[in-house]
Design a protein around this ligand. Sequence first.
Ligand code: DP6
Length: 402
Amino acid sequence: MTHKNSSEEHFLTMVYKVVTARAPVNIAVIKYWGKTNEELKIPSNDSLSGTLSIEELSATTSAAISEKFQEDKLWLNGVEQELSDTSPARRLLEEIRSLSYSQDLLSSHKVHIVSINNFPTAAGLASSAAGYACLAFVLGNLYGITDPAQLSILARKGSGSACRSIFGGFVQWHRGMDSDSSVAEQIVDELHWPQMRVVICVARDTKKDVSSSLGMSKSMATSTLLSHRSYKVVPERIEAIKQAIVARDFEQFAEITMQDSNQFHAICLDTWPPIFYLNSTSQAIINICHKLNEYHRRNVVAYTFDAGPNACIYLLEEYVDIFLSIIREFFPICNNTISRKLEVRGRAFQESDVKTVSQYLESVGVQSMTNSLKYIINTSIGRGPSLTDVHIDSGNLKPGKD
Ligand code: DP6
């Protein structure tokens, strides 16, 4: 019989557990804008979104519990974040701890959390949605809470739109009557509409001027259009777009998506003082989309914009090549005398032939704009969060590192 030395014995009895997950971004086609309860993040209207593939945009979070950790700690993209008592991440952690089924063993120990995004944070690319969905999912799994509805409610308290990132495919967030009924639900999964694609035209990849939280609280306080939207317009649109999604009716889906984006930005303009999230590049993209749809005499592309100038385009796969070719032709990058085309990240695409592109551009008839877009992301609809064995390689997760 072999005897373990005391340090080996200590390691075997030591409490240490690490869990890692990846969570997706979602882009709303019926927008959430306004809260009836700021603290609990209960929205003034239902919203509906598509969840994007984690291949191109995702948050990855590893969380470790160790008896050796002295304090709870969180690092986002390598930078330590303050976990003050009022921070959403701290609240999320404490709530999950209080719900934990393994109170005795795990809840008394501290956690170290490390999170990274594979895309710019706070640039209007729904990084907080992916981030908080990932945090709720990972901590839930660490402490034994895996019911998706419960995780959605927890994620919501971090950032409202995060509750939708707990599910793949197309997802509705029911505004609910109280905290327990304000929860997201999957309408169809990621396999339902395989032809659906998403192209994101990145006009800015730095922090936004007016955060969504601040913007929506100003709109709640001053916009007279907002209540009309919440009580009259959104309920009808939610039903209509759900039907369009179930029936894979792109014509209807696109119409409602574009109208809802425009109404959300109209509410920003109706806010006092007004908030401008769109810029001239966004407006040019809106124009191009309408011209393309006119050219085809039906909707082949649908734009939607969140709290920033980046355009998110929903379109069917057969139009991806031509749309990307037009955008790249229209928005060249010029440095001194050298001109090049925009980089397309993500899924592969095939450049359309010059003749077809110029034919389209002629029909679009808008002046091209240089250096207005930074790059393009070519992606699709994807699944919800999942666990992975590949933990973030960070010294901060190791027991004894405090
Ligand atoms: C325009 O979920 O970021 O993207 O709940 O205050 O964290 P907080 O806001 P957030 O707002 C998202 C607003 C939006 C529309 C949407 O995603 O539905």
